[in-house]
Design a protein around this ligand. Structure first.
Ligand code: SF4
Length: 362
């Protein structure tokens, strides 16, 4: 079995080496690129959202490279994601590919995920599969933490691109860990890597909250490296959506971290009382939270045709008016131009800077 899983941010870094150690012949697809998107777009229904197209493109690339089994999360819920795998399987079969599709029945269920690990690896003991699954989760949390450190250091770095090198080094170091002990050691090394970055600790950069649909937020290709563009402008990013938080809300591997979904529900309550799919409740709730925490503004990103985030965007407009708080919503699909994106981000950052100066003067 040559197993492939479509990319989603740093997720593949968290599981690839661990699963290889347990006998899985992993064949990760190439990082998403224009070729991936073209393949996905050409073979997807027109109304499909961007994550569907990028996932499908990644699957085609992997099958062309020799993979014969695809692992894809399934599930239920008010968002279309739940039936992606089934539709993608039909499209790929109609294109003539021969392969097996393994759908995780319910990515919210611990026994379902542990069962998937036993199905694909040489681990047969349930307890062992459980510890391996938790190791992947903790590794994912370490990768997210390294990324948030990068978001903090980048706008304060003194030597150009020193924090970028630190971040790539951190991802490489964590990626190699295949046991709890190795992960612990790699984390110590990561802390040292970032400590060595020369930073202006007194500098107070502009802070922008980033919210939206989880795939476009965490997959740099899907958002056209939008976070990197902000960081290069000297802006600090405060992300409200992390894959490890999404996983922690379901599997509680970070016992001291509050359930982000429940927290967001409390903040969102005056505006949105029920989760309407995707990350809509987080987008609404955390806009209220960020506005009260002194974050200078929020950029909300979503794929074109994403129903849950469209609901959130409409409500966030109201929050922006009610609280006199800057919110910019950006939509991504295969037709978005990079120049257009750059111009809109620059205009928004410019507005935030002027606003901050005005507050200081008054
Ligand atoms: S949340 Fe939106 S973009 Fe994401 S899978 Fe669901 S419908 Fe598609």
């Amino acid at each position: 079995m040559k197993l492939t899983v479509p990319h989603m941010g740093l997720l593949s870094v968290a599981y690839t080496e661990i699963l290889r150690k347990h006998g899985v012949d992993m064949m990760p697809p190439p990082r998403p690129s224009v070729n991936t998107l073209n393949l996905g777009t050409r073979n997807s229904p027109e109304f499909a959202c961007l994550p569907f197209k990028i996932n499908l493109g990644n699957m085609i690339e992997s099958l062309d490279n020799g993979a014969d089994t695809i692992l894809m999360p399934g599930g239920s819920g008010p968002c279309r994601f739940g039936y992606y795998g089934v539709v993608q399987e039909q499209i790929l079969k109609s294109l003539g590919y021969e392969f097996n599709m393994t759908l995780t029945d319910n990515p919210d269920s611990l026994s379902g995920m542990v069962g998937t690990i036993r199905d694909i690896s040489d681990i047969k003991d349930k307890k062992h599969a459980f510890t391996v699954f938790y190791l992947i989760l903790i590794k994912m949390a370490a990768l997210d933490k390294a990324q948030s450190m990068y978001h903090w250091y980048k706008p304060r770095e003194i030597n150009r691109n020193e924090s970028d090198k630190a971040y790539s080094g951190a991802v490489r170091t964590i990626g190699k860990a295949t046991t709890y002990r190795e992960l612990y050691r790699s984390w110590k090394e990561v802390k040292k890597i970032f400590r060595d970055v020369k930073a202006d600790m007194k500098h107070k950069p502009l802070k922008v909250g980033v919210l939206g649909e989880i795939f476009v937020v965490i997959e740099p290709f899907a958002n056209m490296m939008f976070e990197k563009k902000l960081l290069d402008m000297g802006v600090e990013i405060v992300r409200g959506v992390w894959l490890s938080d999404w996983l922690n809300d379901r599997f509680r591997f970070k016992p001291f971290r509050k359930n982000q979904n429940k927290l967001a529900k409390k903040w969102a309550y005056p505006y949105l009382k029920y989760a309407s799919g995707g990350e809509s409740i987080e987008s609404v709730g955390k806009t209220v939270k960020f506005s009260r925490e002194g974050i200078d503004g929020v950029i909300h990103i979503m794929p074109f045709t994403c129903m849950p985030e469209l609901v959130a965007a409409t409500i966030m407009n109201r929050i922006s008016t009610d609280m006199n708080y800057p919110v910019l919503s950006l939509t991504f699909d295969e037709n978005v131009s990079e120049v257009n994106l750059q111009t809109r981000i620059e205009a928004f950052v410019d507005l935030l800077e002027r606003r901050k100066k005005c507050w200081k003067v008054s």
